[in-house]
Design a protein around this ligand. Structure first.
Ligand code: SF4
Length: 111
């Protein structure tokens, strides 16, 4: 293998690796603020009765039978992100933010 070929191969590898690394870095440093808010009309949100304000839970829906006043995304087991933020990631709706004041039928008491 010639020295020139090795140099070219190295440069080609760097040319591919640097942008790929930059993409990975951006993904790793993406913050919750970069995620879109979950649309209550999204089919997956509707399926779990998600509402951005727990005051609007459809208590007549049998799927909301477990709902009790005081339950919100902020005190749900699967909420992610930082306490105090109005919108936070949720493990049930990956890639979306849910309202801390919201609720869905997957609510589970924080341990
Ligand atoms: S699973 Fe919990 S945090 Fe996620 S939307 Fe439902 S109630 Fe909110």
């Amino acid at each position: 293998m010639s020295q020139e070929f090795t140099r070219r191969r190295f440069l080609a590898t760097v040319a591919v690796a640097v942008p790929a690394g930059a993409v990975l870095m951006n993904a790793a440093t993406a913050t919750a603020a970069d995620l879109p808010k979950l649309d209550p009309n999204d089919p997956s949100a509707k399926a779990l009765l998600y509402v951005p304000d727990a005051k609007n839970v459809d208590t007549k829906n049998p799927m909301a039978a477990r709902y009790a006043a005081g339950q919100t995304c902020a005190n749900c087991q699967v909420i992610q992100g930082k306490d105090g933020e109005a919108y936070r990631p949720c493990a049930i709706f990956p890639g979306k933010l849910v309202a801390a004041a919201g609720w869905c039928s997957a609510w589970a008491k924080k341990a």
